[in-house]
Design a protein around this ligand. Structure first.
Ligand code: 5AD
Length: 343
């Protein structure tokens, strides 16, 4: 049966739900390797060898939600909360711009201090001072705010569904409604954002069937950027004693997502790099084509551990991964062969 599915992939035939489950369930080394190389081949043909590099700024760890897995959830009384000022954020944005990066990711908890007005002022400032592309990752907001952010110059939005299994979704997200989350994604698509979603692998009660549905959801929703990472236990959360998701299942999900969704951006996630020191490299060889650098100032990083022992991917780690995998640096990056910035 496995061979038959690989033939389907080669001939460009669409995979069924059952095919996807079978691929996700295989634990044979030879079959997994065949799956990864099929995904790697497809990545090469469809999006090429350039690894897109983006810079992320985690600008506020204040969050009104209490997601049970998350290390910045509301109910963590000892966590020191921070909000970067607009000027602090701009300082980092200018550094990223000087490195030649074209996209800045603004990520935060669901922090109502950052009103639409304040976000719009920040978006406009980034646009006028640098012209960079802007990715927002600030959670669920009213449709009208998404529209105004777009109008102000935001280009991309990341809002993960995390799991398409409603029961699991509602169990892990005490403040959220599955339909509302999916609705937000639809609004973002309708508004013309490059639309990011993704899921966690290894959530309590999650089966390969659920992950297969996640992948089909990304395809049906026309999602453009798909971040897939293992669940990692975060200290002080209700899930702190739960086992981490598996590296292999995450890589299988990345590979199948590339094969099913084809022309999409798939990051080698920070979560995977945190679980496995070679995670970034392995993901790049199983269908992934982008990496995200964490550029949150050192003094704040410690307090943005959405999971414990988060790996801070820096430019040097990313350069090494691109070199080891024999891939191409984006031509916009202003770095020399040693990886020094030569702005
Ligand atoms: N383990 C793994 N991933 C997590 N995220 C948040 N908390 C965890 C955790 N404990 C992921 C979610 C979220 C993204 C910002 O990080 O997928 O969307």
């Amino acid at each position: 049966a496995f061979i038959k599915i690989m033939k389907k992939i080669e001939s460009g035939e669409e995979l069924s739900y059952e095919d996807i489950i079978l691929l996700l369930k295989t634990e044979r080394k030879a079959e997994m390797d065949a799956l990864f190389s099929a995904a790697d081949q497809m990545r090469k043909e469809i999006v090429g060898d350039v690894v897109d590099v983006r810079g992320a700024i985690e600008f506020s760890n204040v969050c009104m939600k209490d997601c049970k897995y998350c290390g910045v959830r509301r109910s963590l009384p000892t966590l020191e909360r921070y909000r970067m000022t607009e000027d602090e954020i701009m300082e980092i944005v200018h550094e990223l711009h000087a490195m030649g990066l074209q996209t800045v990711i603004l990520q935060s908890g669901e922090d109502s201090w950052w009103t639409a007005e304040k976000m719009i002022a920040l978006i406009k400032r980034i646009k006028t001072e640098t012209g960079m592309r802007i990715t927002l990752s600030i959670g669920e907001r009213p449709q009208e705010e998404y529209a105004r952010f777009k109008e102000a110059g935001a280009n991309n939005y990341l809002l993960k569904i995390e799991t398409t299994n409603r029961e699991i979704f509602e169990f892990i997200h005490p403040d959220d409604d599955y339909d509302e989350r999916a609705k937000c994604s639809e609004w973002l698509r309708e508004l013309g954002y490059l639309n990011g979603s993704g899921c966690m692998i290894g959530l309590p009660g999650q089966r390969p069937e659920d992950i297969a549905r996640d992948i089909l959801f990304f395809k049906e929703m026309g999602i453009n950027m798909i971040g897939i990472g293992p669940f990692l236990p975060a200290k002080g959360t209700p899930f702190e004693k739960y086992p981490a998701g598996s590296v292999e299942m995450t890589l299988k999900a990345v590979a199948v997502t590339r094969i099913v969704c084809k022309r999409v951006f798939i990051p080698a996630t920070t979560a995977l790099a945190s679980l496995d020191p070679d995670g970034q490299i392995k993901a790049l060889q199983a269908g992934a084509n982008t990496v995200m650098l964490i550029n949150t100032p050192a003094k704040y990083r410690y307090n943005y551990q959405i999971y414990s022992n988060k790996n801070m991917i820096d430019l040097h780690a990313a350069i090494r991964a691109i070199q080891v995998t024999g891939r191409k640096f984006p031509s916009y990056l202003k770095i020399d062969v040693e990886g020094n910035i030569d702005a």
